[in-house]
Ligand binder design. Sequence first.
Ligand code: NDP
Length: 455
Amino acid sequence: MTYQTVNPFNNQLIKTYPDATDEDLENALARGHDLYKTWRKQEGPGDRPAQLRQVAKLFRQNEDTLAANLTLDMGKLVGEARAEVELCADIADYFADHAEELLAPVPLDNPAGKAYYVKQATGIVFMVEPWNFPYYQIMRVFAPNFILGNPMILKHASNVPGSAVAFQETVTEAGAPEGSLTNLFVNYDQVDRAIADPRVSGVALTGSERGGASVAKSAGANLKKSSMELGGNDVFIVLDDADWDLLKKVAPSARLMNAGQVCTSSKRFIVTENRYDDFVSLIVDAFSHAVLGDPSNPETTLAPMCMVSARDNLAKQVENAVAGGAKVVYGNKPYDSPGAFFTPTVLTDIDRDNPVYNQEMFGPVASIYKVANEDEAIELANDSSYGLGGVVFSSDTEHADALARRIETGMTFINGGWVTMPELPFGGIKNSGYGRELYSLGFDTFANEHLIFQH
Ligand code: NDP
């Protein structure tokens, strides 16, 4: 296992980081467990809300430097990198501000006695996180569990070590006690051993189905709680009465943001036949104006992908799609650069027996499907092993609302692309995983809802 930063813009190796030893892992477990026991003795969250507010403040104060790490590690556009840093600060503030109400005992009406439950820490939470939002993914788990009193150990993706180190340094600088969050450059065996360790109470993973299945299997074998935020093949349904001006603003970026590498980005555009040709033209026009280039240049609008191997995997998927009968109506052209660039691409005519029909394409490739009516749209939307997010576009918002509830996903957005904020729960169903992050639902994931009953 090698943790290294390779700049996706030019494929140059920037830095290699030493692997964690078994002793590093043991030390992190011991420190985390000691901290858990210390926190468990205290009433309430103590200094943690103030420390988390300080984390938020440092994220805002150091926005430029923190954002530059993201751009270097995984090629994020500088504007998007800044937005990610600000979102992290908002999440930290949210859980700091709501600490008291999230931890308040919940009274339980019953005919037999005084009863309530109180949310308590359970021990170390192990997190396994992906590279696409290197800080946001950590913050979704860190902020609620820090308030609750669960220390954390982080295994980040091997291509974003700089961001992992920067996050841990920010937590330390904010005054959080040692062991609150320990980043370790561990391998998969060490992850499995950590999950089996009695000092670890649960594991949160965001990543692929393959990685999720492996880590969930370890968690299950050790009877540990787990939450899985996995891939998506999200739909974007366009009905006849969709607002065209709004669509023009929303639809292209719902696919191209973060170079198309978002679990909840819209990947399958499903359009009623009356609007189909116009919609294909809309997407092709927008994609043809994408400016590929250096992600640290504010003029660039489409970043490189996170690494050359991810770009090559996507190219293979497009090749397979075409071999299976799909049409390339735009893009899929070579781009002359040593970096991980993939030209924005539009595919149509993907039949149900096409090899990519039920595959997530994690990059700037839009698939557009034509349907006769909305029932067909819903049937196609739900004919997927994924169930993360989705979008419905219609000027009749009441009708769009009813339609949204027929889509088998964890999150559906109406007349706008996917959004994430601390106030909204995040998560999916089917092979997109289980559990929720953010909002109070995310706070509860690794809590012991401890019943106290007085006869
Ligand atoms: P991976 O599953 O390969 O990697 C994610 C993380 O899991 C990395 O830290 C990786 O480590 C680790 N990992 C993978 N396999 C194992 C294992 N067997 N044991 C321990 N750790 C493991 O995902 P990708 O890099 O392919 O990330 C993209 C995927 O993540 C996409 O499918 C995307 O949709 C999904 N995703 C889901 C989100 C959600 O919230 N639902 C959000 C963002 C992305 P290493 O890097 O060392 O291999």
